[in-house]
Design a protein around this ligand. Sequence first.
Ligand SMILES: *Cc1c(COP(=O)(O)O)cnc(C)c1O
Length: 403
Amino acid sequence: MTVPVQQQTEADVPAKRSRIAAADAPIPFSKPYRAPGELVNLERVLSSDHSHGDGAFTASATARLRTLTGTTGVLLTSSGSHALDLASILLGVGNGDEVILPTFTFPSAANAIALAGATCVFVDSDPVTGNIDPAAVAQAVTSRTKAISVMHYGGVPVDLPAIEAIAAEHGLPIIEDNAHGLGVQHRGRVLGTFGAIAIQSFHDTKNVHSGEGGAIIINDLSLLERAEIVREKGTDRSKFLRGQVDKYSWVDVGSSYLMSELQAAVLDAQLQSFDTIQAKRHAVWNRYATELAEWADAVGADLMAVPDGSEHAAHLFAILMPDQAGQSALIAHLRTLGIVATFHYVPLHSSAAGLRHGRVSGSVDNAVRFSQRLVRLPLWASLDEQQVQRIVDGVRSFRPGKG
Ligand SMILES: *Cc1c(COP(=O)(O)O)cnc(C)c1O
């Protein structure tokens, strides 16, 4: 792009300075998107007398999620983590049980198992996608296994046919952590509809957010009635609100897993902008993929790979450096340019709580190596042209050993 030469006047000077400052301003790793309509929605909640859960915006956001996923069993929750805790309760995970999960995942998946008194059985990842390795899952199944917990890393689908075959063989439910993959089409369905139970997160680092928040998707509809009860402090208040019972009472264990209407108001506006958000994120993702390919070849790095026939959510853009030294060096190099890139999960089996609440099954070398090679670039919907160019140029200016 050529910038026309302009006569400089006194009045232009401050504007120019701020343009220069913007050109050098640090680029954060993540920045929450602000959707049109959020403030109007919030205003409506605040001027009503209903800001607790299960009001009009919860109903509207839930309906949007049902349309997006093509399922009926959607319930908004206070967080993705709480949705995972709720999943453990619904599946009856308890003392003496084991749940198989990837060691390369977010701690909430493991907390849901440990809080239920069960043992986490950590398994390896696919070296290319970082997703759970089905062969490792097959080997980890014991008579104590209660469920298989998977996570679509970056919204790239797990090898579902292989996991479904193992689950069917042993009669085990699948818990699908779809925090990264909202709305991703896969084999004629949408991620979040494959497991007996799936979860979404609306934390403000996710593609669509409400500050904090989440959803549970109940695909095994025999669990839906109890899900409503556990989510509502163990009461049948949901039935009462629908006029199905004339008073409500304590009927089961539970807690308050509801999303406030204030959050639902923001979420509803965000979901309305879902296509816009995704288009913006995919545009950035695609530029990284095309404009960094040659550089990656030259330095021996691998760019995030999406298996043939799969979609992804443009939730993150990952570079796999040749080794851990390359990972640290690229992150440090980008830091000096004011660009915040980061690594990701420290494998759970080696963490302090992982050692207490779980055990490893088989080798987890691929997961460890994936975690040590991984660098994530900034990826958010309102990154502008100039910022994306700075990031691309910044990465391309990195050469191993040069820093
Ligand atoms: C963010 C995230 C969660 C937890 O979601 P919260 O809404 O922050 O509780 C769980 N799993 C994965 C993979 C996540 O990225």
